[in-house]
Design a protein around this ligand. Structure first.
Ligand code: SAM
Length: 279
């Protein structure tokens, strides 16, 4: 759950942040954030003074040193993420098959396609990885099924419960950024397409699909990539269908079984961690 705090004159100790985080795990259904009143129109940025004084709680305690040196790193791109908001009753909510099946059917949408939990799990697995903790995750981009592209800073501490995650996504998709408490750093930010403009030149862009004919052992595969190259991993964060991106250089299947995006990410990060000897 994301709460609003005034910035001015506010100094909070680290311990207090953790205490509050634990408290907020116990919030009930009524805590889904309303559409922010300060946003003039849906999708508009924050541009008035009042709005600047209120920021969202996203404790952005860096968990890695900012300077990652010149070592190669990894970039994740989650494509076709099922992250769409809708006005349900009086409030905007992140649409999901679990919570909004009736709403979706009334609006002639297929509830089975509304699976924000896939992106939630995938993001969590990426940020929890040793690749990230060692400072080798260079960037994380998410592109929604509606084509909205946003970035999540690798040191952002994302909500660990789905309910708080969905509240955060509602705010992000309305206000276009989420700012770290007390710092002004934009930890999540909607950015311009295409994602390719943000990718390093010296990188290998690798896509993942169960339907790829190239079935590989991921550890063997990363061993074939030059040591000075960044690795860009592109996965789908949707329930059905496959990613089909022209910027991808190689499509891999990493198991003969169809798997969740989160499990694939864990195979990928484990392979990279072994390659770079990150324990
Ligand atoms: C929930 S799955 C989507 C299912 C979709 N039918 C497919 O296989 O592409 C989410 C993502 O996990 C990845 N994935 C799932 N199983 C995989 C496999 N065996 N090999 C490679 N990637 C896989 C793909 O990137 C896929 O887009």
């Amino acid at each position: 759950m994301v709460r609003l705090y005034k910035v001015k004159g506010q100094k909070r100790k680290k311990k207090e942040k953790y205490d509050r985080e634990e408290e907020s795990e116990q919030l009930d259904d009524n805590d889904i954030p309303e559409s922010p009143k300060k946003a003039k129109t849906e999708g508009s940025g924050l541009d008035n003074e009042k709005a600047d004084q209120v920021i969202d709680e996203m404790p952005g305690i860096p968990i890695v040193p900012a300077d990652t040196g010149k070592k190669p790193g990894v970039i994740f791109i989650l494509e076709k993420a099922s992250l769409e908001i809708g006005k349900v009753g009086k409030s905007y909510q992140l649409l999901s098959s679990d919570e909004h099946a009736n709403y979706l059917m009334k609006n002639k949408r297929n509830p089975a396609e509304y699976r924000p939990d896939i992106a939630f799990q995938a993001i969590q697995t990426i940020l929890d990885s040793r690749v990230n903790k060692s400072g080798r995750l260079k960037a994380l981009y998410v592109r929604t099924q509606q084509g909205i592209l946003f970035q999540i800073k690798p040191h952002a501490r994302m909500p660990r419960t789905y309910k708080r995650f969905s509240g955060l996504m509602v705010q992000l998709l309305q206000k276009l950024h989420i700012t770290a408490a007390g710092k002004g750093e934009k930890l999540l930010r909607v950015i311009k397409n295409p994602v390719t403009q943000y990718l390093p030149i010296n990188s290998r862009k690798i896509g993942f699909s169960h339907s790829s004919e190239k079935l590989v052992d991921m550890y063997d595969y990363v061993g074939t990539v030059a040591n000075d190259m960044d690795l860009v991993f592109v996965l789908g964060a949707m329930a059905h269908g496959k990613i089909d991106k022209d910027y991808v250089e190689d499509y891999l299947s990493i198991s003969e079984f169809p798997m969740s995006a989160a499990y694939c990410i864990s195979i990928i990060t484990t392979a990279v961690e072994r390659k770079w000897k990150i324990l």
